[in-house]
Design a protein around this ligand. Structure first.
Ligand code: DUC
Ligand code: ZN
Ligand code: ZN
Ligand code: ZN
Length: 469
């Protein structure tokens, strides 16, 4: 078995920071020892990676991605191959993507289809959540089977009537089933019925520009749905994970629930922390630039950002994942010219998350350990991957990043690795970047060289949520 030592870095996990060397055998971490100690000096190795002046952090765990998702009459532009490669470049070594159950189909059909897309193509390890597109007697029963094979979380939609939508009765039943089988319900909390009324009214009034996407998806309709989801989960006795929280008023509902001691968790995404309705209102040369920033939940006015950062500090929000769902501006976002409701919803970001959050450390929003907690450790715990993923400890997978905290770079579509023709963070200067990335002991990124390959990434069956109170 290949023995690798990472020498002289500052190991940063959610729990501690220590100047330590890390010993890897094959695919796993086998020991940590203080740098310069006799224990560390006694290690023999086939390969030594110098990490002096760098952090050694667990690889990022992005618990919310949509590679090649069919959506809005088109398909997300990153495949599992291109998207996981871009993730690796950005220091993320595990994704949890969403398999989709279509209306009339079984969970099994959906899961098999997503396995077929991912198998043999991923650069890094991956797992699946399941989108419950059609809550029926059959799919409720199938939930138990999926939990048994490591698909332990299920997303429901209060948005998108006629597409993925579940009414309150279906939601309650899925939550009851989750309470029984350990499956964690993930909620897209927006009142889709009310939003559809506002969309029709806006279009009838000639309000067709991208910025109206933000207006019709009113923040109170996120807060209302969040409240309803929380109370339905409480009635069902089920834990709840609210995805892509963007509104301060929705966060306030989470805070209330958590103060009541409920197992209610929230995720936000870099776009809600770094972008705002100002971006959605960008007109550019042809008045349509804002389409690049159309996602759901939508970007909110800038004032919401401070509340989201606060929520991350107080642990009322536990996870930052990307909701990476890229669509090219040319040919895809453009489907919504003249009708904002036809702009495919989603932003690219799987490559940018670790660096944006490191910048947030430098900007004083979060601590260094909190960075690792919200980006690595908690997503791993929340979705049953810990301590295999999300930390650096004997027995953990050697998914490690030698991170250069002083590397200054400018984010740009011209240099990123995601298969999308624009960057939501174009021109942003960031300090901090992954230098060397290991996935299960294999170096997949080394400086400017990509050394990974499709098929190195393995499917990760997951345990049930490890984060319950
Ligand atoms: N919700 C997501 O989580 N991703 C893409 C679109 C959406 O509505
Ligand atoms: Zn969603
Ligand atoms: Zn999503
Ligand atoms: Zn360096």
């Amino acid at each position: 078995m290949t023995r690798t030592v990472i020498r002289g870095g500052l190991v940063v996990t959610a729990a501690e920071e220590l100047a330590a060397d890390v010993l890897i055998e094959g695919e796993q971490v086998v020991a940590l020892a203080a740098s310069g100690s006799s224990a560390a000096e006694s290690w023999t190795a086939d390969r030594v990676i110098d990490a002096a002046g760098h952090y050694v952090i667990p690889g990022g765990v992005d618990a919310h991605t949509h590679m090649e998702l069919p959506f809005g009459g088109t398909s997300a532009s990153d495949t599992f191959e291109t998207g996981t490669r871009a993730a690796a470049w950005g220091g993320t070594t595990t994704i949890v993507d969403f398999a989709v159950q279509s209306v009339g189909a079984s969970l099994r059909d959906g899961l098999d289809a997503w396995h077929a897309k991912a198998q043999g193509n991923c650069a890094i390890d991956y797992g699946f959540h399941m989108i419950l597109g059609d809550v029926t007697e059959g799919s409720l029963k199938e939930m138990d089977l999926l939990v048994g094979e490591g698909v332990t979380s299920f997303k429901l939609f209060m948005a998108y009537p006629g597409v993925f939508y579940s009414d309150d009765g279906k939601i309650l039943r899925a939550m009851q089933r989750g309470a029984d089988n350990g499956g964690l319900i993930m909620m897209h909390a927006e009142n889709g019925i009310a939003i559809d009324v506002l969309v029709a009214q806006a279009l009838a009034a000639g309000k067709t520009d991208p910025r109206f996407h933000g207006e019709v998806r009113h923040e109170l309709l996120e807060a209302e749905a969040t409240h309803r989801a929380i109370r339905l989960a409480q009635v069902a006795g089920a834990p709840l994970y609210v995805v892509h929280v963007s509104a301060a008023s929705a966060l306030a509902e989470l805070v209330t629930a958590r103060d009541q001691g409920l197992n209610v968790f929230g995720e936000t995404c870099p776009q809600y922390l770094f972008l705002s309705t100002d971006n959605l209102a960008e007109r550019g040369a042809d008045g349509f630039e804002g389409a690049k920033y159309v996602c759901s939940t939508p970007l909110r006015p800038r004032e919401h950002q401070a509340q989201l950062w606060r929520g991350l500090r107080t642990n009322d929000l536990q996870v930052v994942s990307t909701d990476h769902c890229p669509f090219c501006f040319t040919g895809q976002k453009e489907l919504g010219r003249g009708d904002f409701s036809k702009i495919p919803n989603g932003l690219p970001g799987v490559e940018n998350r670790m660096d944006l959050l490191h910048q947030a450390v430098l900007d004083g929003h979060i601590s260094r350990r909190r960075w690792i907690e919200i980006a690595c450790a908690t997503p791993a715990r929340m979705f049953g991957l810990y301590p295999r993923k999300g930390t650096i400890a004997p027995g953990s997978d050697a998914d490690l990043v030698v991170y250069d905290p002083a590397a200054v770079h400018t984010v740009s579509a011209a240099t990123h690795h995601m298969n999308v023709d624009y960057s939501a963070y174009e021109g942003r200067r960031l300090t901090g970047r992954a230098r060397t990335v290991l996935s299960r002991g294999t170096v997949v990124v080394d400086g400017d060289s990509y050394l990974g390959r499709p098929g190195h990434g393995r499917y990760q069956p997951r345990a049930t949520c490890q984060y319950l109170i």
